[in-house]
Design a protein around this ligand. Structure first.
Ligand SMILES: Cc1cc2nc3c(=O)[nH]c(=O)nc-3n(C[C@H](O)[C@H](O)[C@H](O)COP(=O)(O)O)c2cc1C
Length: 193
């Protein structure tokens, strides 16, 4: 399949079967992340690969508890995220180690902001690589930013101090995903010829 057709089929999966993902496949998925691009090779990311069901459950529960404290609408979204996390087979919290922006902030605010932007962009590329390679192995994935609402509790569970940027939930699909419709290309693309 050509890359564009593959991208068009890359749906988010939020319901997973209980089949374990093979270690070999987990390694391939991580390789996809670390082979993402980063400014001057800074590689600002850190990944935690959680296969332990008890730890996955603990994280889903702190998300569920937090969901009850959020604004209407967001509470339901976060409750759904808790369910996605709970039934995932492997959970990958993704961290920003901020190795670049910490140095750049010492030079000045705008340098630091540029460093921080480049960290987030590199980490996002790594997450997308992870999801696409997972999909290529017929493993479903969902990119989750909403767990950052409870980054402190999640970090406590994982004994982490770095900045939680996202969590990727993985597992064999137990649902058919659907892509959102795309807005008309003419409304968001400007050609200058
Ligand atoms: C940066 C980012 C954050 C996301 N966070 C969440 C989330 O917190 N909860 C969730 O259910 N899906 C989340 N998603 C998944 C999207 O809602 C969507 O299902 C997925 O990106 C597929 O996009 P589509 O709308 O193009 O089909 C996130 C996606 C991205 C790119």
């Amino acid at each position: 399949m050509d890359i564009l057709s593959f991208l068009k089929k890359a749906t988010a999966i939020r319901r997973f079967s209980s089949t374990d993902i093979k270690e070999d496949d987990i390694n391939r998925i991580i390789q996809a992340g670390i082979w993402g691009p980063s400014i001057h090779g800074f590689q600002p990311w850190k990944f935690i690969i959680i296969q332990n069901k008890n730890v996955i459950f603990q994280i889903s529960q702190v998300i569920l508890i937090k969901s009850k404290k959020l604004h209407i609408g967001y509470n339901t979204l976060l409750k759904h995220v808790a369910r996605t996390v709970e039934n995932s087979n492997v959970l990958i919290p993704v961290y920003n180690t901020r190795t670049l922006s910490k140095q750049m902030f010492k030079v000045g605010r705008r340098y630091g902001s540029c460093g921080y932007l480049s960290e987030i962009q590199a980490i996002s590329a790594a997450v997308q690589n992870i999801i696409l390679v997972a999909n290529s192995l017929n493993i479903g994935a969902c990119w989750l930013v909403m767990p950052t609402f409870c980054h402190t509790s999640i970090n406590r569970i994982l004994n982490e101090e770095d900045e939680l940027v996202a969590i990727v939930a993985l597992g064999y699909p137990a649902q058919k995903g659907r892509r959102s419709k795309r807005v008309n290309i003419n409304s968001i693309v400007t050609f200058i010829k």
